[in-house]
Ligand binder design. Sequence first.
Ligand code: FES
Ligand SMILES: [Fe+2]
Length: 395
Amino acid sequence: MQAPASLPDKPKNRLPREAYVSEDWFQVEQSQIFSRCWTFAGVTMDFPEPGDFRTIKAGANSVIVIKGADGELRGFHNLCRHRGTELLEGCGNAGKTIVCPYHNWVYNLDGALRGVPAQRECFPDLDKKSNALFGAAVGVFRNLVFVNPDPDADFDNWLSGLDQVPWPHDLTSTELQENPDNVVYEIECNWKVFFENAIDGYHLAYLHKDTLGGPTHDKNLWEVFGQNMIWWSTEREGVKHRIPQFVENSAKGSGLKTVKNAETPGYGGVYMLFPTTILTPNPWGFSISTMEPISANRMRLRVRNWSPKGWFTYTHRAADIPGYDAETGLIKSSHWTKHPLETGDFQTEDVWVCEKMQKSMQSPRFEVGALAIGAGGEAAIDFFQQTVLGLMPKQ
Ligand code: FES
Ligand SMILES: [Fe+2]
């Protein structure tokens, strides 16, 4: 898939306003981007037993990832081959087979059609072999499971060497615990606004001066791995580091427990996996955020966090995050009780500014000006936009 090989020296804005506000544009993205790219589907520990499954939305596709009797993880489109009914909902264990709730067609966990009620009378000519579930591709990288609705998609090509970058985290470690709370933000912006904010190195020292405290544009770095990017802070004599100095100092003062091997040098601080996955490993744990585009103007951000045991008893509870709506369980700007810049929470600051960008984009006068040069400026935004454009139909 087309992505430039490196960040541009002279970045410029390449996407029109319509890319962020038009439902027509969004529908094209559903088929051209999310139906052909890799979406985070869970971690290997979500699938301990044969029959364990999760259903995943990948753009307009519903996809199943399920563990077979042979222990293999496989992906299928969540569609019955009879008349297309959705087969499974949410996550759970399907048992030894997948049974369609409509007319009870039965599929093996490897997708093969196994049984059709009253087949001899109702479907005398049916060839079961050609009616297996439609396949989807599954890839696993460091216990992270990804799915692609395109069964021929090449996972290694997508990783493009990203799996060679040092990584100290062992998700299977018993010292770690996953946050039991569901943390789901509903954000009133286009998914690309959120993505571009996440790779904007220029804003860290300004919008987040009280929370992340930088680094400044010359002290942070994005590097390209295929369509993906990894971020490092270079505040310490240019050495690649996984976290801003300011954050490390405040965390050290708090006495938080670090994960084993936290001192592994060279691992990144933010991994932006195109198009919708954000990994943020750090010495105190790591989180996986998945963007779920809902419409041109709205998205959800689903966050899973792991940290050394004990951490979640006193921090990171969903209800403590600014904007938590007890009725829906979602985190939304409409439920903020104080100004985002007074929350001390950088994620809230980001949501605030993304929604402000989206509001501006409703204006026909909206226009993007110059972009800051450099891998710690806004060059990554140009790279991302070229990646998006490379997947869209040629105008
Ligand atoms: S639609 Fe699935 S069995 Fe008929
Ligand atoms: Fe930010």
